[in-house]
Design a protein. Structure first.
Lengths: 186, 152
């Protein structure tokens, strides 16, 4: 959460572009990662993330503070953007379609090949999960949002998030194990 | 493989700085929408609200009145809810039954009338058959006589 976020939001609602700029700087990387992991392609992720923040700025006056961080609202917009993107694109994403460099070019220079391979494996496994599980894994275990924040972003109860995160991780492990097994047998 | 540790590595993914700068400038140079409603929007909202309230009232009346309000308020009568029409319908069914009965009885009588004249030539034509029937009649009468005698 941004320091003095409430005041920054109030200023942004008042139409102060610099205040929204602060919010943009703080939340943009997380929203970008969220979108990128979900769509898999750098260009699409950039376009969609731009749309998320543009939409947030255009509708900032409709934002109501319900006690959750501003990020939860942005995640909601991002989720809708991704859903709309898949609805209009109407194409299935194959593994060949995924940008192979998106994790590689983003990780720091010291990351070794093994690390990159592991990330690639997890990234592919993540795309096999259903969208809700993907959202939960990204928010809870990559962005390390609290259960309350995740619940607010996904419109679910905190109890439901606890249960769903357990299922999501279990399924992710299953997909990874299957993948490893097929790798050795092929 | 520690899955949670591996997942945290994704946090190192960062967007291209050139794209971030460009996107930021474009967004902040746009003007946010003013949520203040225009007169046209106010009109549309009020029409929407009015129609929603009217529909809700009609629905409530139908639910609470159990369709009885329909009889008094609607210009269209529902025949299935009108007791007079239901009674008339019931009577019509009775009449139909009676008429069917009458038709049946008349048909029976007509059949009997047709059969009677035909019985006479049949008697003349087939003597043995007639004698059989006479025998059976006499036999019947004799049995009756016997029974009468027994009774006496």
């Amino acid at each position: 959460m941004l320091d003095g976020e409430k005041q920054v939001i109030i200023d942004a609602i008042g139409g102060e572009a610099s205040a929204f700029g602060l919010l943009y700087d703080h939340y943009h990387p997380a929203i970008y990662r969220f979108v990128l992991i979900k769509v898999g392609r750098r260009e699409e992720a950039e376009d969609l993330t731009h749309q998320v923040f543009l939409s947030a700025w255009q509708n900032i006056k409709k934002y109501k503070d319900l006690g959750y961080p501003f990020g939860s609202w942005l995640y909601q917009i991002a989720r809708n953007q991704v859903i709309d993107h898949y609805r209009t694109a109407k194409r299935t994403q194959s593994l060949e379609d995924l940008d192979p460099d998106y994790a590689v070019s983003s990780s720091d220079d010291e990351a070794d090949t093994e690390n990159k391979l592991e990330m690639e494996k997890i990234k592919t496994a993540l795309t096999k999960l259903k969208p809700l599980y993907q959202d939960i894994v990204i928010m809870r275990f990559i962005e390390e949002l609290s259960i309350k924040e995740t619940a607010a972003a996904l419109g679910k109860s905190e109890g439901a998030i606890k249960l769903l995160q357990h299922r999501a991780i279990k399924q992710l492990r299953t997909v990874l194990e299957k993948k490893q097994w097929t790798f050795f047998t092929s | 493989m520690d899955l949670f540790h591996e997942l945290k590595k994704f946090k190192k993914i960062d967007p291209d700085p050139a794209y971030v700068r460009r996107s930021r400038e474009m967004i902040l140079s746009s003007i946010p929408e003013d949520p203040v409603l225009s007169p046209w929007r106010i009109l549309v909202h009020s029409v929407q609200f009015g129609s929603a309230v009217t529909l809700a009232v009609v629905l409530l009346m139908l639910v609470l009145g159990g369709f009885s309000a329909w009889r008094f308020l609607s210009p269209f009568k529902l025949s299935s809810l009108d007791p007079a029409s239901l009674k008339a319908e019931a009577q019509a069914i009775d009449i139909q039954i009676q008429l069917t009965k009458i038709n049946y009885e008349e048909a029976q009588k007509a059949a009997a009338r047709k059969a009677e004249p035909a019985a006479v030539p049949a008697k003349a034509a087939s003597a043995p058959a007639a004698s059989d029937s006479q025998a059976s009649t006499s036999q019947t009468s004799s049995i009756e006589d016997v029974l009468q005698q027994l009774a006496q």
